[in-house]
Design a protein around this ligand. Structure first.
Ligand SMILES: Nc1c(NC[C@H](O)[C@H](O)[C@H](O)CO)[nH]c(=O)[nH]c1=O
Ligand SMILES: CC(=O)[C@@H](O)COP(=O)(O)O
Length: 139
């Protein structure tokens, strides 16, 4: 059994609850355990993963969050830099799934957050599971 850390940016409670439901279900279905920590926003997720990785307590990580475009360029920063930070950690050898939604509006987010629809939380967890399995093959 592997231990997963879900790092959620809790910017929209109702959307995160759906994403977390999907991610936790996928991890449990694969026979693994999970813990969840919460950070203020998506920009803080990569840093939180890096800090957690230093502890050596976890085998894999799932990033959960929702970034909805507003009026300014900040969407590009939050969406792009959170993804870039997670990619950098992945290239450092961490098994990570990125479940941070980057969308234009809440309707797009809801469809992707619901486990009964696009289940992007579950999808991100399955990606982390796959990367952990790959790590085991090459490790
Ligand atoms: N607008 C959204 C944010 N913005 C906050 C940033 O992620 C960050 O917490 C802040 O800039 C302080 O460093 N975060 C989201 O997760 N979703 C958004 O829609
Ligand atoms: C993605 C964001 O940071 C965004 O929600 C912030 O909204 P605004 O660009 O209107 O300040």
């Amino acid at each position: 059994m592997a231990k997963f850390l879900i790092v959620e940016a809790r910017f929209y409670d109702h959307l995160n609850d759906l994403l977390l439901q999907g991610a936790r279900s996928a991890i449990e279905a694969a026979g693994h355990s999970h813990e969840t920590i919460t950070v203020p926003g998506a920009l803080e997720i990569p840093g939180a993963v890096a800090l957690a990785a230093e502890s050596g307590r976890y085998d894999a990580y799932v990033a959960i969050g929702v970034v909805i475009r507003g009026e300014t360029y900040h969407f590009e920063i939050v969406a792009g830099e959170s993804a870039r930070g997670l990619m950098a950690l992945s290239l450092d050898g961490l098994a990570i799934g990125n479940g941070i939604l980057t969308v234009e509006n809440e309707a797009q987010a809801l469809t992707r957050a619901r486990p009964t629809e696009k289940d992007k939380g579950g999808e991100a967890a399955k990606a982390a599971i796959a990367m952990l399995e790959l790590k085991g093959r090459f490790g």
